[in-house]
Write a protein that binds this ligand. Structure first.
Ligand SMILES: Nc1nc2c(ncn2[C@@H]2O[C@H](COP(=O)(O)OP(=O)(O)OP(=O)(O)O)[C@@H](O)[C@H]2O)c(=O)[nH]1
Ligand SMILES: [Mg+2]
Length: 581
C-alpha cells in the first residue's frame, strides 16, 4: 500500500507542477497531495510499529507561526534548546529532543523520515528544508514522561508550503499532539483545517493557549470549543492557559497541570494504528482515485471508438473488395493458377513466367519497377486496404476534435490523445502498409491451395478436365499474358477477358460448379478473417489502443487499471484486517 500511495503522491505532485497555481484544479490537487503526504507518513509510522523498534513516546508541538511553539517546547524541556525568535516562520525544520531517553533509541527515525536527512541541530541550514534534527536534553524535564519532544515549523506563514512536508511527517509520527494557539491565532482557518485532516490519526491532544491576556481565558475557551466541534467529531481536549512570566520571559505552566502529559501518554494506544490507517485511506480513497478512474474511462471510450471504426473499415472492405463484382480478384488468381496446373500445351511456359508476376505481386513489383519491361501490377486489394486505414485515422481525428469541443476544460486527456494521433499517424500507416504487404504475399499460399483443391476435384472428372485442356483458352491466354507484360491491362481486366470467361463459365456450368462456388466462399471467408485479425486487430487496433500509453507522466496519472485493481485489493484486504506483511 505504501508503494501505491507514494506513486499517487508523485503523480499528483508532477501534475500539480504543470497547473496554474490559482486554478480550481490546482487547489483541489494541492489538498489531495497534502492528504497523501499525511497518509504516506502515517503508513511509514505503521511500518515502524510493525517492526517493533520499541520507539520512545513521540510528542509533537504544532501550531501556527509565532504562537510560541518553540517557547512551549523549551518550557517543557526545562531547557533552552529550541530556537525562539520574533521573526515569523523562524522554525523551519522538525527538531526532536530526547527527554529521559537516549539518542540511540531514535535510530529507526531516519528510515521513517525517508529522503529527509538527520542532522545535528547545529548543522541545520535555514535554506534547506529536507532535513530534521535530533538531540538529547540533558536537563531534567519534570513535566514530560520519557519521550522525544518535537518542535515543528508553522503551517500558516507565507513560506509554510515549502516546509510543510516536515510538519506533516512530525505530526504523523506523534503519539500525542500539543496544539499551541494564541488569542490572535486560535480562530485561523489553517488551524482547523489541519485539526480536521489529522482527526483520523486519533492522537490524544492537548491545547495550550499562549500569550493569554488577563481575564480573557473563559471567553477564548468557549469560542475555541465551538471551533473544535465544527472541525472535529471527537471530545474537546484539555486546555492549558499559559500566562506570560515576566521574570523568565517564558510562558508559565501551572502546578495543577503538572501530570497532564503523563495522563495523555497512557491514552496513546499504539495497537489501533492499523485501524486508523485503514480508515484514513478509506476516507479519501475514492477522491484520490477519481482522476485516475476518469482517465481509464476515457481510455475505454477511446477503445470503443477505435473498434467501431475498425468495424466500419471491415464493412467497407467487404463491400468494396470481397463482394465487389468488378474488383474482387483473389479467386481469379486461383483460377489463373488453375490454368497453369492444367498444363495446356503451348502456354505452360508463358504462364509459369506470368504466374510469378501475378501471384507474387509484391516480390515481383520491385523487379518489375526496376526492369520497366513489364507493366506494373498493383493489387486492387492493397490499394483499398491502405485507403481504408487512412480513412479510419481521419475519422478518428474528427471524433477526437468533437470530443475536445464537447468536454470543455476537462479535455486534456483527449487533447493529448489527439496530439499523439497526429504525431503517430505516419508510423501507424507505414506499419499497416508493411503488414498489408506481408499478408498479401503470404496469402498467395492460400490462393495456390485453392487452385490445387479445384485441380484435384477436376482430376476426379476426366471428361471435364480433357475438354478444358482442349478449349480455346490457350490462344486467348497467350494474348492476355502478352497484354499484361506490356503493361496494357491489369489483373481485373484479365478477369473479364474471353479466356477467363470461358474458363469460369466452363467450370460453373459443369458438375463441379457448386464445388467451385463453395471453394470461392471459403476462400473469401478465410480472407476476411485473416485481414480482420492480422491487419485490423493485431496491427491497426493494437497501435491505436496503445496510443494513450504514450502520454507523458507529467500530464497524466498513467496508472494502469491493473495497478489500480491490485491496490484496491490490498486496500480491501487491509480494511478487513488481513494485513499484508
Ligand atoms: N508576550 C509573550 N511573548 C511570548 C510568549 N511566548 C513566546 N513569546 C514570544 O513570541 C515570539 C515567538 O515565539 P516562538 O516560541 O519562537 O514562536 P513559534 O511559534 O515557535 O514561532 P515560529 O517558529 O516562527 O513558528 C518570541 O519573540 C517569543 O519571545 C508569551 O507567553 N508571552
Ligand atoms: Mg518556532
Amino acid at each position: 500500500m505504501l508503494n501505491f500511495i507514494s506513486l499517487l503522491r508523485q503523480r499528483y505532485q508532477s501534475l500539480l507542477s504543470q497547473l496554474d497555481d490559482k486554478s480550481a484544479s490546482a487547489i483541489t490537487f494541492q489538498q489531495r497531495l497534502e492528504q497523501l503526504i499525511f497518509a504516506e507518513a502515517f503508513i511509514r509510522k505503521g511500518e515502524l510499529l510493525e517492526a517493533d523498534f520499541k520507539l520512545p513516546l513521540q510528542i509533537a508541538i504544532i501550531g501556527p507561526t509565532q504562537v510560541g511553539k518553540s517557547s512551549v517546547c523549551n518550557l517543557l524541556l526545562n531547557n533552552k534548546l529550541a530556537g525562539v525568535s520574533a521573526l515569523a516562520g523562524y522554525t523551519v525544520h522538525p527538531q526532536g529532543f530526547c527527554a529521559g531517553v537516549s539518542l540511540a533509541a531514535s535510530t529507526p527515525l531516519q528510515h521513517y523520515f525517508g529522503r529527509y536527512q538527520q542532522l545535528d541541530p547545529s548543522e541545520l541550514n535555514p535554506n534547506r528544508y529536507d532535513c530534521f534534527a535530533l538531540s538529547e536534553n540533558l536537563d531534567d524535564a519534570p513535566l514530560l514522561p520519557p519521550c522525544i519532544l518535537w518542535d515543528t515549523p508553522d503551517f500558516d506563514s507565507i513560506d509554510a508550503p515549502d516546509y510543510k512536508e516536515g510538519v506533516i511527517r512530525a505530526i504523523a509520527l506523534a503519539d500525542i499532539i500539543i496544539l499551541v494557539l494564541s488569542k490572535e491565532k486560535y480562530a485561523d482557518q489553517s488551524v482547523w483545517e489541519m485539526m480536521s485532516i489529522i482527526e483520523e490519526f486519533n492522537q490524544p491532544t492537548l491545547i495550550c493557549i499562549n500569550k493569554l491576556p488577563e481575564d480573557s481565558e473563559s471567553l477564548i475557551i468557549r469560542s475555541l470549543k465551538q471551533k473544535w466541534q465544527q472541525a472535529r467529531t471527537d471530545v474537546f481536549p484539555d486546555i492549558i492557559p499559559l500566562f506570560y512570566h515576566k521574570q523568565t520571559g517564558c510562558p508559565h505552566w501551572s502546578a495543577t497541570n503538572e501530570k497532564l502529559i503523563y495522563q495523555l501518554a497512557k491514552k496513546a494506544i499504539k495497537r489501533n494504528h492499523f485501524r486508523y490507517q485503514s480508515n484514513l485511506i478509506h476516507r479519501h480513497w475514492s477522491t484520490w482515485l477519481a482522476p485516475i478512474i476518469a482517465e481509464h474511462q476515457a481510455a475505454d471510450e477511446w477503445q470503443h471508438l477505435v473498434s467501431k471504426q475498425v468495424n466500419y473499415a471491415l464493412i467497407a472492405y467487404q463491400r468494396d473488395y470481397l463482394n465487389h463484382p468488378h474488383y474482387y480478384e483473389t479467386f481469379q488468381q486461383a483460377l489463373i493458377e488453375l490454368l497453369n496446373l492444367l498444363e495446356i500445351p503451348g502456354i505452360a511456359k508463358v504462364l509459369s513466367k506470368t504466374r510469378r508476376v501475378l501471384t507474387w505481386p509484391i516480390r515481383s513489383l520491385l523487379g518489375l519497377r526496376r526492369s520497366h519491361r513489364l507493366g506494373v501490377y498493383q493489387s486492387q486489394e492493397l490499394v483499398l486496404l491502405n485507403q481504408q486505414a487512412k480513412h479510419l485515422l481521419i475519422q478518428l481525428t474528427e471524433h477526437l476534435l468533437d470530443k475536445i469541443d464537447m468536454e470543455g476544460r476537462k479535455n486534456s486527456w483527449w487533447k493529448e490523445n489527439y496530439r499523439l494521433l497526429r504525431q503517430q499517424r505516419n508510423v501507424i500507416l507505414e506499419a499497416f502498409k508493411q503488414q498489408a504487404d506481408d499478408y498479401h504475399a503470404s496469402f498467395q499460399q492460400d490462393v495456390e491451395a485453392t487452385a490445387h483443391r479445384l485441380y484435384e476435384k477436376l482430376q476426379q472428372q476426366p471428361l471435364i478436365l480433357n475438354s478444358l485442356r482442349t478449349t480455346r483458352v490457350s490462344a486467348d491466354a497467350v494474348a492476355i499474358v502478352l497484354a499484361i507484360q506490356t503493361g496494357g491491362i491489369g489483373l481485373h481486366d484479365l478477369i473479364i477477358t474471353p479466356a477467363m470467361l470461358s474458363l469460369t463459365s466452363m467450370l460453373t456450368e459443369t458438375a463441379i460448379g457448386s464445388y467451385m462456388n463453395k471453394t470461392e466462399a471459403q476462400l473469401k471467408k478465410h480472407q476476411l478473417e485473416t485481414v480482420k485479425q492480422q491487419l485490423f486487430i493485431e496491427c491497426l487496433q493494437h497501435y491505436l489502443y496503445q496510443l494513450p500509453e504514450l502520454m507523458s507522466d507529467s500530464n497524466h496519472f498513467n496508472i494502469s487499471p491493473e495497478q489500480l485493481a491490485a491496490a484496491e485489493k490490498q486496500h480491501v484486504e487491509k480494511k478487513h484486517g488481513l494485513r499484508l506483511l
